[in-house]
Design a protein around this ligand. Structure first.
Ligand SMILES: Cc1cc2nc3c(=O)[nH]c(=O)nc-3n(C[C@H](O)[C@H](O)[C@H](O)COP(=O)(O)O)c2cc1C
Length: 193
């Protein structure tokens, strides 16, 4: 080992977990904390430095407008009851802050799959950064992430999609852990047969 180890980070990573949006409350990150989260978010492996992602910060009233924009698109596509439209409109108000991670892959020597994986790393770095600052978060998706009309309505280009909505807030209670895989279910020490 050539670098200093840090047991506190190891313990943090062994225990970090997501919290359901319905259990999130105010406060959301301060502006300094948000800046830290965004900086850590963009500090990810990125083959050939393409930055094949970008981030939309939804806070305050922007959460309502974003939800209303998407609700309008959905209502044009399918018959919806008024209550369903209201749920769509309120969707992003469920937490103090939402960061939409936009995957922006381009034609390049770096395969598209690698670029999308980098966007996934941005999402998970947001989970880690939020938790490191004492907030809770959850990475969710939904119909709008891949829907062309929805994406266009919120300003994405034809080649972009939403890799995840990262909801961030606070929570007083420690969440119960979810079941994790046993290592032998998913790990093989590969050798040639
Ligand atoms: C790409 C992606 C999309 C997800 N979408 C949802 C979702 O829409 N709704 C949901 O409840 N969980 C969703 N999850 C799962 C949660 O984000 C998370 O994996 C789960 O709550 C446990 O996470 P933890 O290991 O951080 O505790 C998604 C996960 C990924 C990787």
């Amino acid at each position: 080992m050539t670098q200093e180890n840090n047991h506190a980070i190891t313990q943090f990573m062994l225990n970090r977990r997501s919290v359901l949006i319905k259990n999130m409350t105010e406060p959301g990150p301060s502006s300094d904390d948000l800046e830290t989260i965004l900086t850590i978010a963009t500090r990810v492996p990125d083959h050939r430095k393409l930055k094949p992602w970008r981030l939309l910060v939804l806070q305050g009233d922007a959460r309502r407008v974003f939800g209303e924009t998407l609700a309008q698109v959905k209502a044009q596509k399918e018959a919806m009851k008024e209550i369903q439209v209201d749920i769509e409109k309120q969707c992003f108000m469920r937490a103090p802050l939402v960061i939409a991670v936009v995957a922006s892959p381009v034609e390049h020597k770096t395969p598209i799959e690698e670029q999308i994986l980098s966007a996934g790393a941005v999402c998970q770095n947001i989970n880690i950064a939020a938790a490191s600052l004492g907030y809770v978060s959850q990475w969710v998706t939904g119909w709008s992430c891949l829907d062309k009309a929805a994406l266009k309505a919120v300003g994405l280009s034809d080649d972009e999609f939403i890799a995840g909505y990262l909801y961030i807030g606070s929570c007083d209670e420690k969440p119960a852990d979810r079941q994790r895989p046993e290592l032998d279910e998913v790990v093989t020490y590969w050798e040639k047969s």
